[in-house]
Design a protein around this ligand. Structure first.
Ligand SMILES: Cc1ncc(COP(=O)(O)O)c(C=O)c1O
Length: 346
């Protein structure tokens, strides 16, 4: 079976974990701090705060922006349920908007239509390795939480994902471009946001009482993520080469292939094709030993009530098929996938 996702783990990760274990200090420490500096540097932000997951990072970012009950937060319908959860954790109202089907990213025009006096933040996920049109969304002058969970290393006009929002988050979950098993990061250059994020991620040894969380990241997870971060450029180069090969080989088929708009550096954390026969294609590939994903499994509008019509998100949910793409995918594995796709009778 060629799995949909396969991790790239080796001696560097083993050595990094062994070092932490031998130190006898597994709590958040120096390794996590090095990871914080590394991710902050990568995203051109002053500071990073390591947390236990991308979801925790979103929650902490919303708290640090002061989002609370009665506020509205705009999120795309076609995105991870983590966004919805985080908005609900702080008691705010999620306002669900549609995407641009050609990029799977939140549509700035839909964002604009849904801004009200109550809008306190917009969560902008950069989907599957391609940055959203963050410059257009910045013009609305509403605080943006850039969600880089799926797009670490992506760029627009040379500027990295995570450098545009007042705050940005990352995830190091097991299926992400770089992983710590679990883990997340909040980055910002606004001291008050960083201080608040640092404060609420742990409850111990505080002088006053406010509700705080246990969102700390163990140095074991941080060590894996840090070892992976050092390999990010080579991981991305390999993903881009695999994507290029898919795009070239599938150009003559009926599948709608991902495109890379001018000025964008796509990291291909996922390679998503579209077809009206998505379910048949996924079954066919599975029957021939190839695992696939769906990109997003359930839209946010399928989880909560909304009056929004969201035609593009719904189409993406119906048509997306995520193909295997990872640094350890061999040329012969990819060739098998390509041959199967070309022979698929639609
Ligand atoms: C866009 C996006 N944001 C946030 C998250 C949440 O990250 P985590 O699983 O680390 O909580 C995910 C997870 O897949 C995601 O895809």
């Amino acid at each position: 079976m060629i799995p949909h996702v396969r991790l790239t783990l080796g001696p560097a990760e083993l050595e990094a974990v062994a070092k932490v274990l031998k130190s006898g200090y597994l709590a958040p420490g120096l390794v996590g701090e090095t990871l914080e500096r590394g991710i902050a540097r990568l995203s051109n932000q002053k500071s990073g705060v390591a947390v236990s997951s991308g979801t925790a990072a979103l929650h902490v970012a919303l708290l640090a922006l002061g989002v609370k009950a009665g506020d509205e937060v705009i999120i795309p319908a076609y995105s991870c349920q983590a966004l919805l959860n985080a908005v609900l954790y702080v008691g705010a109202r999620p306002v669900v908007v549609d995407i641009d089907l050609s990029t799977f990213n939140i549509d700035p025009q839909e964002v604009q239509k849904n801004i009200t006096k109550k809008t306190k933040a917009i969560i902008v996920p950069h989907m599957f390795g391609l940055m959203a049109d963050i410059v257009a969304i910045k013009r609305f002058s509403i605080p943006i939480i850039e969600d880089c969970a799926l797009s670490i290393g992506a760029k627009f006009k040379g500027q990295p994902a995570g450098s545009f929002g007042v705050v940005a988050i990352f995830s190091f979950y097991a299926t992400k471009t770089i992983t710590g098993g679990e883990g997340g990061m909040v980055v910002s250059s606004v001291e008050a946001i960083v201080d608040q994020a640092r404060d609420v991620r742990e409850y111990d040894k505080k002088k006053n009482f406010i509700i705080r969380y246990n969102y700390k990241l163990s140095d074991v997870n941080a060590a894996i993520a840090l070892a992976q971060l050092k390999q990010l450029p080579s991981f991305v180069t390999k993903r881009q080469a695999i994507a290029k090969k898919y795009t070239k080989a599938l150009a003559g088929t009926n599948f709608i292939l991902p495109t890379v708009p001018v000025d964008y550096h796509h990291t291909f954390s996922r390679y998503i094709i579209r077809t009206p026969q998505a379910e048949q294609l996924r079954t066919y590939l599975k029957d021939h030993g190839v695992g696939t994903g769906r990109g997003v499994v359930l839209g946010i509008h399928e989880l909560i009530k909304t009056k929004a019509s969201l035609p593009k998100s719904k189409q993406a949910l119906r048509e997306a098929v995520s193909l295997p793409i990872y640094p350890t995918l061999t040329a012969s594995e990819q060739q098998k996938i390509i041959t199967l796709l070309i022979n698929f009778k639609s």
